[in-house]
Design a protein. Structure first.
Length: 459
């Protein structure tokens, strides 16, 4: 597994045109000794910085809207030919996916190195919460990799390969095969569970994986894994016990202009000094940017059909240098930023999703009458004069997810894990289509060898 980090080092050395590989003052290099709790805190920050990436195909760039681009509601008109358009057109090749793959493994390597170096600090006051967070982060980053580079377990795909699991510091010449899909999810859940069981970090932690975020991510992982009772338990615990609250009719629209909000459980920082770039989601969904994420006219009509639904105000027609049309309005640019469209922290998980997970998991383990209660609570905070529904079904829940979570990297995954076919202007794609997952980068397969590291079928 260490091979990838050697290759990253070589590529960074050769790619001087991309500028210096700078880290923030609150991060620490993987080669620096960790001798104090302050050093350990810097190592945590550094791992986030490594994993989120600072370029194309990273978590704060195209990956943030990957599932939207492949979903039924996105549109590209006269795009700029960047990677968001390639995702939308399903033209990503093994030569394109390095930016999605390498930063996450670089972050995991930093975590494993920090955990190894900080063993002597285990009994030092203040160290334990950071050590627990690092383990949880490892589960989170593995989950991201599994989401993009392996099929979702409930799709019924014939591809049962998971990802390469990295859980320790490896020698430079170590070559690792892909784990099974089941073992991949076992490891993800195990790391998140270790963090949750520690009981640390229950306060809000902007930009960090706290206790509640670990529970929320585990709920999502369980849902993808088809373990619905476990997903329900985690989601309801976040709903009932966490410090987060649903947005209201009065503040739902305004919260998208900043990084503060009662629902934000986890987000990845993006501001003038941290990850600011043209590849930010907001730049893809604006006529003055890359114009590679518009919404379809059908989705615009779907969203605006009920003017009492406050979410109808988060799609709208825009004019600018690029094509006019209906765009998502969830990333308007951060208030006060020097270049607003470059900087807007990416929402990873919000409280609203926990209500939607609870509804779906209840539907699949109990009754529609029990499930609809979670939807009714969410809708009362979104729709003026809403009257409770008496029942629901999976299509109703998926439509609610489309309304609530569009432009947040969810919708295609929602369709696939429920074995639904996606119809778009480019064609019809089933839940097991090979291009639903990204190809393993060619450089990584060349380093490890095809006999060790298998490519996803179809590539």
């Amino acid at each position: 597994m260490k091979k990838i980090f050697y290759a990253i080092f070589v590529l960074a050395a050769l790619s001087a045109c991309q500028g210096l590989d700078q880290e923030p003052s609150t991060s620490i290099s993987a080669e620096t000794a960790i001798e104090t709790v302050t050093d350990l805190s810097y190592a945590v920050n550094g791992a986030y910085y490594q994993a989120t990436g600072r370029g194309q195909m990273s978590l704060v760039a195209e990956l943030a809207i990957y599932a939207d681009e492949l979903g039924p509601d996105s549109n590209v008109e006269n795009g700029s030919g960047q990677y968001a358009q390639k995702i939308h057109e399903r033209s990503i090749t093994p030569l394109d996916s390095w930016g999605a793959y390498a930063p996450l493994y670089r972050g995991i390597a930093a975590i494993n190195k920090a955990l190894q170096k900080a063993e002597a600090l285990e009994d030092q006051e203040g160290a334990a919460p950071y050590l627990a967070e690092l383990v949880g982060m490892r589960g989170l980053f593995h989950f991201h990799l599994a989401t993009f580079f392996a099929p979702i377990p409930t799709t019924g795909s014939a591809n049962t390969m998971g990802i390469v699991l990295s859980t320790e510091v490896y020698p430079l010449d170590y070559k690792a095969p892909r784990a099974t899909l089941d073992d991949t999810y076992k490891q993800i859940v195990a790391d998140l569970t270790t963090y949750i069981n520690s009981g640390y970090n229950k306060e809000k932690m902007n930009g960090h994986l706290n206790y509640w975020a670990a529970l929320a991510i585990r709920a999502r992982a369980y849902l993808y894994w088809g373990k619905y009772a476990e997903a329900l338990a985690d989601a309801t615990k976040v709903i009932n016990e966490s410090p987060y609250k649903l947005y209201t009719l009065d503040n739902y629209v305004s919260v998208w202009s900043g990084d503060e909000g009662d629902e934000i459980i986890l987000q990845y920082a993006q501001d003038d000094n941290y990850n600011a770039q043209r590849y930010a989601p907001g730049y893809y969904m604006h006529p003055d940017g890359y114009t590679e994420y518009l919404v379809t006219e059908e989705f615009y009509d779907f969203m605006t059909a009920d003017p009492n639904d406050v979410r109808s105000k988060l799609v709208g027609y825009r004019d600018g240098k690029g094509p006019a049309g209906p765009y998502p309005l969830k990333y308007p640019g951060k208030t006060g930023s020097s270049v607003p469209l470059y900087s807007h922290s990416v929402k990873v998980v919000r409280l609203a999703e926990m209500y939607l997970i609870a509804a779906e998991a209840t539907l699949k383990t109990s009754t529609a009458a029990d499930a609809v209660g979670y939807l009714n609570t969410l809708r009362k905070n979104r729709i003026k004069d809403y009257a409770d529904a008496a029942t629901t079904d999976i299509d109703d829940i998926l439509n609610e997810r489309r309304k609530e979570l569009f432009a947040e990297g969810q919708i295609a995954f929602d369709f696939w894990r429920n074995c639904k076919t996606i119809k778009s202007g480019l064609g019809t794609y089933g839940p097991d289509h090979y291009q639903n997952v990204l190809p393993i980068p060619k450089d990584e397969i060349d380093i490890c060898g095809e006999d060790v590291l298998k490519q996803n079928p179809g590539y």
